[in-house]
Design a protein around this ligand. Structure first.
Ligand code: PAF
Length: 281
């Protein structure tokens, strides 16, 4: 495994890899790796000749009052996990490499970014889209892997790749959960044991949505109401949103007909958690 901080030497290796006709599978991450990330890497390992992973806590996707400074970082542990997973190349640049002074160009995917997490995290998806384009331009992957947990991110990256005629296939991989159902996230580290118990209500509410759907319920309002009732809104737990949206345009739907995303964000203590499930289709 080769680790790069600088862009120039990485690009040399990428170009040599491409000249050999090897396919590149790319997993972008912000580090603090967990099994969710490792499942993407395992898939990339199966699909591609050369697996590249980036570790970069991207300041452009954090709002002024968000957790950029305290976002968990553990590069030593991450490198060990990546080595053990058979990764070929790690790109872990410093901020100035990707955002040099006078950097001023951003990518805005438009409508898809206005609802769900975009509504409470203005500018977040502009930061995500911008860094993903930059990483794609540097690494030039044939395939890139994203997790379904960040459903809105995954959908808008697919849209961006389509709109900008980018030559990369996007694969969305299933949510990986802890044994008790909590969706894996680097931010789970922030939770106290009490908060972690409360956080289980996110997946439970999604399970109840699936259950209602299986029993024939198609009214989004009723599904949302049931989910709201399952998330105890006290002692510092607060629902940011629960929404039932079309899987392509992410607009709220009153009735579920086609493939539909049920997504939620809940603040448990100071930690904002997201989760989702897909119904229908
Ligand atoms: O999902 C993430 O970890 C980040 O949003 C990503 C895609 C690595 C961009 O910084």
């Amino acid at each position: 495994m080769r680790a790069y901080k600088g862009i120039r030497s990485l690009v040399k290796e990428i170009e040599a890899t491409k000249r050999q006709g090897k396919t590149i599978g790319f997993v972008p991450t912000m580090g603090c790796l967990h099994d969710g990330h490792l499942s993407l890497i395992r898939k990339a390992r199966r699909d591609a000749d050369c697996v590249v992973v980036s570790i970069f806590v991207n300041p452009a996707q954090f709002g002024p009052n968000e957790d950029l400074k305290k976002y968990p970082r553990d590069i030593k542990r991450d490198l060990g996990l990546l080595r053990a997973s058979g990764v070929d190349i790690v790109f872990a640049p410093g901020i100035k490499s990707l955002y040099p002074d006078k950097f001023s160009t951003y990518v805005d995917v438009g409508d898809l970014t206005s609802g769900l997490c975009g509504a409470s995290r203005p500018g977040h998806f502009r930061g995500v889209a911008t860094i993903v384009v930059k990483l794609f331009n540097i690494i030039k992957p044939g395939i890139a892997y994203f997790g379904q947990k960040d459903a809105q991110q995954a959908i808008l990256i697919k849209k961006m790749v389509h709109d900008l005629n980018m030559d990369v296939k996007i694969k969305i991989m299933p949510i990986i959960r802890e044994k008790d159902g909590l969706a894996m996230s680097s931010r789970n580290k922030y939770l106290s044991s009490q908060e972690r118990k409360k956080a289980l209500s996110l997946n439970r509410s999604l399970e109840s949505a699936k259950d209602l759907y299986k029993k024939g319920e198609r009214d989004s309002y009723k599904i949302i109401k049931k989910m709201q009732g399952m998330i105890p809104q006290n002692n510092g737990t607060k629902i940011d949103y629960i929404d039932v949206v079309d899987i392509e345009d992410l607009k709220s739907v009153k009735r579920i007909s086609g493939k539909t995303l049920v997504a939620l964000a809940v603040k448990v203590g100071k930690t904002r958690l997201i989760d989702n499930t897909i119904l229908g289709g």
